[in-house]
Every structure is written in structure tokens, then in C-alpha cells.
Design a binder for this molecule. Structure first.
Ligand SMILES: CC(C)(COP(=O)(O)OP(=O)(O)OC[C@H]1O[C@@H](n2cnc3c(N)ncnc32)[C@H](O)[C@@H]1OP(=O)(O)O)[C@@H](O)C(=O)NCCC(=O)NCCS
Length: 203
């Protein structure tokens, strides 16, 4: 799978890296942005620059059972978002995935899909996990679509599971198994080579 995934990810516009202490300066702005909070599963809370620094500090020095990474653009190394594998459960070989593109100018360009695939590869092939799951607000169509595109299956709905905008709302649950990820990568590679062949035919 390594070779197949390398081929697929060759033209990705983003890469993942460890957090550095100065990342808090960038991510603080995202954390207090209402539109960002709107789409996320978490509740609205007030985040000072100092709190964000502590959050980044903890991510670096006390990660516990989670892996949190910064997402950067290859073209200029700009930090544009964060990606997470939380609740990493080595015994049951699963983890909870989450992502956030903080730089709104990068929404709607397929970058969420690239981030998800990079994190899934890491989860399945570097961390030896077998299942990755994720929660989305039922009205976060963009997030649900990104997960679907990457091969996640609908697993259920947690009814009235989070308090959002003054009411309890449902949480969508999606999950992907390692073999489903492998299949998706092969499908995507096939699509990529068909597109290349079609483009050559048009030239
Ligand atoms: C949700 C989010 C991850 C989507 O990432 P993205 O890079 O903008 O999504 P992509 O460009 O990869 O889009 C994938 C698909 O979803 C669709 N989509 C994206 N945003 C959409 C939206 N707001 N409404 C409807 N469809 C949307 C795209 O059209 C695309 O579909 P297509 O391939 O059929 O054209 C990103 O917008 C984000 O981080 N938002 C803020 C935080 C958040 O909501 N996090 C998710 C927490 S679960």
C-alpha cells in the first residue's frame, strides 16, 4: 500500500507536521472564529492567547493518547489547519479522527479530503490501527461529504448528543476500516489514471 499511497499523495497540496510553540499565534484566531465553532462538535468557549499557548504546549509535551498535527501548504509552508487522532486505543486498534481548516480561503478546494487521507494512512500504516471513526454535526454537509469521499461509512446517529445553538442536536457517526481505506486508495488511483488518459486524449 505504501507505493500506491505515495502515488496518490504525490500531488497533494498539504503535508502534516508536528506542532511548534509559535503555532498558537496562528491557531488562536481560528479558535475564536464563530464560523469555525459553528461547524465543530465542541461547544463555544472563550480562548485567550495564553490558553491556546497552553493547548499547543500540552499537544507537544503531554500528548496522552492522542496525535495532533499541524497541516501546512507545500507551496509556502503556511499553517492552515489542524488534524487529530484522539482517544487512540491500542488494544482495540481504533481512534477518533477530527480536522479543522482554519484558513477559510482554503475551504472548498479538496484540501479536507487530502488531510483526511494523509491521517488515515498514518493511522493504518504507521500506528497499526484497524478502525478510525469520526463525529460530525448532522448539518455539517461539507464535513460529512469529505468523510464519504475518503471511504468512511455511515455507522449511526447519536440522538440529541451535543448542545449546540441552544438545543440538543444529533451527532452523525462515521467509521472506516483499514481494508476499506485500501480499497478507496485503489479506486482513487484508478480514477486518477483514467483522468490523465482522458486529458492526454483531448490534447
Ligand atoms: C468541513 C471541512 C473540513 C471541509 O473541508 P474542505 O477542504 O472545504 O472540503 P473539500 O473541498 O475536500 O470538499 C469535499 C466535498 O464536500 C463538499 N463541500 C465542502 N464544503 C461544503 C459545504 N459547506 N456545503 C456543501 N458541500 C460542501 C465539496 O463540494 C466536495 O464535494 P464534491 O467533491 O462532490 O465537489 C472544512 O471546511 C473545515 O475545516 N471547516 C471548519 C471546521 C469544521 O467544520 N470541521 C469539521 C468538524 S467535524
Amino acid at each position: 500500500m505504501l507505493n500506491e499511497f505515495k502515488k496518490l499523495a504525490k500531488d497533494f497540496r498539504v503535508y502534516l507536521r508536528a506542532f511548534t510553540l509559535t503555532d498558537a499565534n496562528t491557531s488562536h484566531d481560528w479558535r475564536v472564529d464563530d464560523e469555525m465553532i459553528e461547524g465543530s462538535v465542541g461547544r463555544k468557549y472563550f480562548v485567550s492567547p495564553d490558553y491556546e499557548k497552553k493547548w499547543v504546549n500540552d499537544v507537544i509535551f503531554s500528548p496522552g493518547n492522542s496525535l495532533k498535527l499541524a497541516v501546512c501548504l507545500k507551496e509556502n509552508h503556511q499553517h492552515i489547519g489542524n488534524a487529530y487522532l484522539d482517544n487512540v486505543d491500542c488494544f482495540n486498534q481504533n481512534a477518533l479522527f477530527g480536522l479543522m481548516i482554519g484558513e477559510k480561503s482554503q475551504w472548498g478546494k479538496g484540501i479536507g479530503t487530502e488531510i483526511t487521507l494523509l491521517m488515515l494512512y498514518h493511522a493504518f500504516y504507521e500506528m497499526n490501527l484497524k478502525r478510525v471513526y469520526s463525529y460530525q454535526l448532522e448539518d455539517n454537509i461539507g464535513s460529512i461529504k469529505v468523510h464519504q469521499k475518503c471511504g468512511f461509512q455511515q455507522e449511526g446517529v447519536l440522538r440529541k448528543a451535543v448542545f449546540k445553538h441552544g438545543e440538543l442536536v444529533n451527532l452523525n457517526v462515521m467509521g472506516i476500516l483499514k481494508e476499506e481505506f485500501d480499497q478507496k486508495v485503489c479506486e482513487m488511483l484508478k480514477g486518477q489514471s483514467n483522468n490523465r488518459a482522458n486529458n492526454r486524449g483531448r490534447e
